[in-house]
Design a protein around this ligand. Structure first.
Ligand code: UD1
Ligand code: UDP
Length: 353
């Protein structure tokens, strides 16, 4: 029996892990111990995903959140190491690029427990982003690198991974598995929503930690909401705090963070997606919607090449201009960019080999 210790802690990781955990539960010869670092802790940032997606209750629940990046990651590292010593897993499984990802990968590597990384090889080439640091370091200590795209494989090849004693595998994107699996359960959120809305999300540190970028984006959203189409924005707690701190006024249809099923409903029913999220860029594509991405780089470059996504940075005029051009535009996945919903099966297949 192979014992896998899965480390999760942030909203997108619950969604990614749900599909892999479900395959593990149906597969013989492999068992999973689930560790939740506590990085995300509000009911609508954590519990809701466990309930909606049928993720088992974590076997280990740390309660680590807040503080600086170094402090958060360091506290996680110390406590994850203790959990590893107690549970003696054969392998560690980490997802994405958060502080929880890096802490889990590093704890495993230091104890010589092999590390598998789902979403390996993604790069923005912007070392100012906490996510870029986390993913580069996690890849460096992993020996099973599950890449979601050909570009991710290429990035690792460019960094010399082809010459290392590790496996780089293109398995597709587990987020497409989740979107396909749960789309039919999508449900409208409670409360009235305006007709013909644009779905917006905004939370990345590169935007919210800069008062100038945050103000420029908010100016654009307010203008779009007044002149083009209503903007529905489920507000991430990070953004809520920073908007209040800087005394900014967000005049759009603000709602609390949503569960995944409600989010899928919004993706299906919106006229456009405006975001700085990694996952939401692809979900727009899965639902045939154009996406305007309020960042300077994206790791999902194939969406740009396919004409489904436009990068506009935090520039008020560019955000408004791109919104005008893409509003209501449908996009199509003609070449199966993300693996077609079989990524989780492939991950578990390779974990067992
Ligand atoms: C983290 C990830 C980011 C990912 C995002 C997904 C890192 C470095 N960043 O960013 O890559 O895109 O998760 O959503 O790991 N907060 C609450 N309640 C919660 C969760 C957070 O109030 O349930 C507050 C925290 O106390 C903190 C702020 O939001 O003040 C930011 O949380 P944090 O986990 O540090 O980073 P995210 O911005 O969520
Ligand atoms: N999401 C959600 N509710 C929300 C906002 C996002 O369920 O209110 C989902 C979204 O559909 C996607 C994931 O959370 O599956 C993306 O997480 P986030 O944008 O927080 O992080 P990122 O992908 O940028 O790391």
């Amino acid at each position: 029996m192979q014992k896998i210790l899965t480390i999760i802690g942030a909203r997108p990781q619950f969604i990614k892990a749900s599909v892999v955990s479900s395959v593990i539960m149906q597969t013989e010869g492999i068992e999973e111990i689930l560790l939740h670092t506590g990085q995300h802790f509000d009911t609508n940032m954590s519990d809701v995903f466990f309930n909606q997606l049928g993720i088992p209750k974590p076997d280990i629940q740390l309660d680590i959140h807040g503080g600086s990046h170094g402090e958060m990651t360091g506290r996680m590292l110390a406590e994850i190491e203790q959990a590893m010593l107690a549970h003696k897993p054969d392998r560690v499984l980490v997802y994405g690029d958060t502080n929880s990802t890096l802490a889990g990968a590093l704890a495993g590597a230091k104890l010589h427990i092999p590390v598998a990384h789902v979403e390996a090889g993604l790069r923005s080439f912007n070392m100012q982003m906490p996510e870029e640091i986390n993913r580069i370091l996690t890849d460096q200590v992993s020996d099973l690198l599950f890449c979601p795209t050909d570009t991710a494989v290429q990035n690792l090849n460019n960094e010399g991974f082809a010459h290392k004693p590790v496996q780089v595998l293109q398995v597709g994107d587990v987020m497409q598995d989740a979107a396909l699996l749960f789309a039919e359960k999508a449900e409208a959120p409670v409360g009235e929503l305006p007709e013909g809305f644009i779905l917006a999300t905004l939370h990345r540190a590169e935007n919210t930690d800069s008062p100038e970028r945050l103000a420029a984006i908010i100016d654009a959203l307010n203008e779009i909401n007044t002149t083009l189409a209503p903007v529905v924005l489920p507000l991430h707690p990070r953004t809520r705090k920073l908007v209040a701190l800087h005394g900014l006024e967000l005049n759009v249809h603000l709602i609390d963070p949503l569960g995944y099923l409600e989010m899928l409903w919004l993706l299906d029913n919106c006229k456009l997606v405006l975001t700085d999220s990694g996952g939401v860029q692809k979900e727009a594509f899965f639902f045939g919607k154009a996406c305007v991405t309020m960042r300077d780089q994206t790791e999902w470059v194939e969406l740009i090449r396919a004409g489904a996504n436009e990068l506009v940075g935090a520039n008020t005029i560019r955000i408004i201009d791109a919104t005008k051009r893409h509003l209501g535009r449908q996009v199509q996945d003609t070449v199966n960019l993300y693996g077609g919903g079989k990524a989780a099966e492939r991950v578990v297949f390779h974990l067992l080999r």
